[in-house]
Design a protein around this ligand. Structure first.
Ligand SMILES: [Zn+2]
Length: 218
C-alpha cells in the first residue's frame, strides 16, 4: 500500500507552492491499496477548506472520503487562485512528466469534438424537417387561396397565409435546430481544454500534438 499526505508540507512527490494559501500543511490523504484501489480523504476538517472532486464541466463536489480513479481531478480548497488542482495520477508520476495528463486531455477533446459533430448532425436533420413541414403548409395555403379564388367561395385570402406564418414559426421552434445546446458545448472549449501545467487554453493543434504552445510542456 502506498500513502501520501498531500499539502504544502505533505509527502507527495510534487510540491505545492506556499502561495496556495487555501491549502493546508497536511490537507488530504491519498491511498493506493495493494489491490490497486485509489482513495482520497479530507484532512482539513469539516470546517476546513476541503477536498473537491471534479464531477463535470465547471463542477466540483466536496468529499470527506471517496474512492477515486487515477485520472480523477482533485482540488484542494474552495476554488480560488489560493487552491491547488491536480490529477490523482500526479502521485505516481515524476514531477515534470505530464504525458499522462496530455493524453487524457486529447482523449477528452476527441470525445468533445464528436459530441459537437453529433449535435450539428442532429441540428441539420431538424432544420431539414422544419423546412419540409413549412413547405407543405405553404403549398397547402397557396392551394386554398387559389381554390377559393377560382371557385368564387370568397374565402378571405389572408387567413391561410397567416396560418402558414404561424405554422412556420411553430415548426421552427419545435423541430428547428437546438442552438442553445450547441452554444453550451462551444462555451466549454475555453474552460475545459487548458494546459494541465500552466492552465492556458490550448489550440486544437497543440492538443493533438500533446504539447502546450504557451509553456512548452509535453
Ligand atoms: Zn502550458
Amino acid at each position: 500500500m502506498k500513502e501520501y499526505i498531500i499539502g504544502r508540507g505533505g509527502t507527495q512527490p510534487f510540491t505545492i507552492a506556499d502561495s496556495c494559501r487555501g491549502v493546508s500543511h497536511k490537507h488530504a490523504r491519498l491511498t493506493i491499496t495493494d489491490s490497486g484501489e485509489w482513495w482520497i480523504e479530507n484532512l482539513s476538517g469539516p470546517q476546513g477548506n476541503g477536498v473537491f472532486l471534479k464531477t463535470g464541466p465547471n463542477n466540483f463536489e466536496r468529499v470527506e472520503k471517496r474512492r477515486i480513479d487515477e485520472d480523477t481531478i482533485i482540488r484542494l480548497g474552495e476554488g480560488s487562485h489560493l487552491s491547488y488542482t491536480f490529477m490523482a495520477h500526479r502521485a505516481v508520476e515524476k514531477p515534470g512528466n505530464y504525458a499522462y495528463e496530455f493524453l487524457d486531455l486529447r482523449k477528452r477533446f476527441n470525445l468533445y469534438k464528436k459530441a459537437i459533430a453529433d449535435v450539428e448532425a442532429e441540428n441539420k436533420r431538424r432544420s431539414k424537417m422544419a423546412n419540409t413541414i413549412m413547405t407543405i403548409f405553404i403549398v397547402l395555403s397557396v392551394g386554398i387561396v387559389l381554390w377559393s379564388w377560382l371557385s368564387g367561395h370568397g374565402l378571405n385570402g389572408m387567413s391561410p397565409m397567416l396560418f402558414t406564418g404561424l405554422v412556420a414559426t411553430l415548426s421552427r421552434t419545435m423541430f428547428g435546430p437546438k442552438t442553445d445546446q450547441l452554444k453550451k458545448l462551444m462555451a466549454l472549449r475555453q474552460t475545459e481544454f487548458v494546459c494541465p501545467v500552466c492552465g492556458m487554453p490550448m489550440s486544437d493543434f497543440a492538443i493533438a500534438n500533446l504539447k502546450c504552445q504557451a509553456c512548452k510542456s509535453s
